[in-house]
Design a protein around this ligand. Structure first.
Ligand code: TXA
Ligand code: MG
Length: 317
């Protein structure tokens, strides 16, 4: 088990030495290291068992600092940054040389964000470098939304877990890149597309694919529990299951199924609550004595798009 606490001085000390620290963010917990230090960045890939072609997001505490790491800031990128940072938005922008190629897997763009978590912002303010941080889970598994999740899987391999409580948003940041200075969504996430469109107008969604060289990490099978997960249209589950199945339902419990085998994302159908619960409930279902998980799609509105995206990927074979 890693030492767990909420002392940013301790976290800072480890990070300054090039060691890794799990950090709380409003989206999910991150596995962080000094983004400007090649050996720290390498250990991130090792600890996560992550392929080197899958680049990392860097985190810092202000737009001014982000500007030290990127060489161009299109007008619409700036509007989004001003509007949504700190928050669950990651921007893909051309990197300056100071950002190691290891961080971007050799790509010209670096993914940057200013996370919205008070403890983490305090830490970032004190650090003389940005933090490279993927989600703090073994590659391919469900992202962690509390310190216990991190400890359960990576506790042996990291120096310190900075415990900032439960991640409020519960799914990863929305990633936005630019084509001819026009924004394009590369990964659906914790900031709803509708909210982005209120600021910059209609925005293109990148079809998700594992062969897209611009977003090598958008692998199809991702966020997956260990048990097989089957995905269904809303309300249409197969009849006649026994207790060997765990159910993830959106807003209504299934009548004929024992409650202990069900998790309900939001009784009131609230998408934010559903997103907040998604990964924690998938983990719970994964640890129940069941052989499979059945989940239903949620309505495709607001964060529902990102939730369905995660369910789809969890279900991919
Ligand atoms: O909410 C989040 O974004 C969390 C917290 C910790 O900040 N981080 C996170 O990181 O989800 P990760 O590594 O699990 O997912 C980052 C995604 C990957 O799919 C990666 O391929 C993509 O961002 N990415 C990173 N840098 C990129 C780049 N330069 N170009 C294209 N895609 C990039
Ligand atoms: Mg991840």
């Amino acid at each position: 088990m890693a030492i767990t606490g909420n002392d940013i001085e301790v976290a800072k000390e480890f990070l300054m030495k090039g060691e890794l620290v799990a950090i709380p963010t409003e989206t999910v917990y991150g596995l962080a290291g000094n983004a400007l230090n090649d050996s720290a960045v390498l250990s991130i890939f090792e600890v996560k068992n992550r392929p080197a072609f899958d680049p990392l997001i860097i985190h810092t505490d202000s737009l001014e600092k982000v500007q030290q790491y990127v060489s161009d800031f299109p007008e619409k990128a700036l509007q989004l940054a001003v509007h949504f940072w700190p928050g669950p938005l990651t921007l893909l922008l051309p990197k300056k040389q100071i950002i190691p190629d290891l961080v971007t897997s050799g790509l010209d763009n670096v993914a940057v964000r200013v996370p919205d978590h008070p403890l983490l912002l305090e830490l970032l303010k004190e650090l003389p470098f940005p933090l490279a941080a993927p989600s703090a889970n073994p590659f391919g598994y469900i992202s962690p939304t509390n310190a216990g999740h991190v400890n359960a899987q990576l506790g042996e391999k990291i120096a310190y877990i900075l415990d900032g409580g439960e991640s409020e948003v519960g799914i990863e940041s929305t990633i936005v890149g630019f084509e001819n200075d026009e924004p394009v969504v590369y990964r659906l996430g914790g900031l709803a597309v509708e909210e982005i469109e209120e600021i910059v107008g209609k925005i293109k969604l990148m079809p998700h694919s594992s062969s897209n060289p611009k977003a090598p990490g958008m692998l199809k099978s991702h966020y997956a529990p260990r048990k097989p997960l089957y995905l269904y249209e809303r309300g249409i589950f197969p009849a006649g299951d026994d207790e060997l199945t765990g159910y993830l339902v959106f807003d209504k419990y299934l009548e004929d199924i024992d409650l202990k085998y069900q998790r309900i994302l939001s009784k009131s159908g609230d998408m934010k609550e559903a997103a907040h619960n998604l990964f924690a409930f998938l983990r719970e279902l994964d640890t129940l004595p069941v052989e499979q998980i059945r989940a239903e799609r949620v309505p495709s509105e607001g964060l529902g798009l990102a939730i369905n995206d995660r369910l789809q990927r969890a279900a991919a074979k």
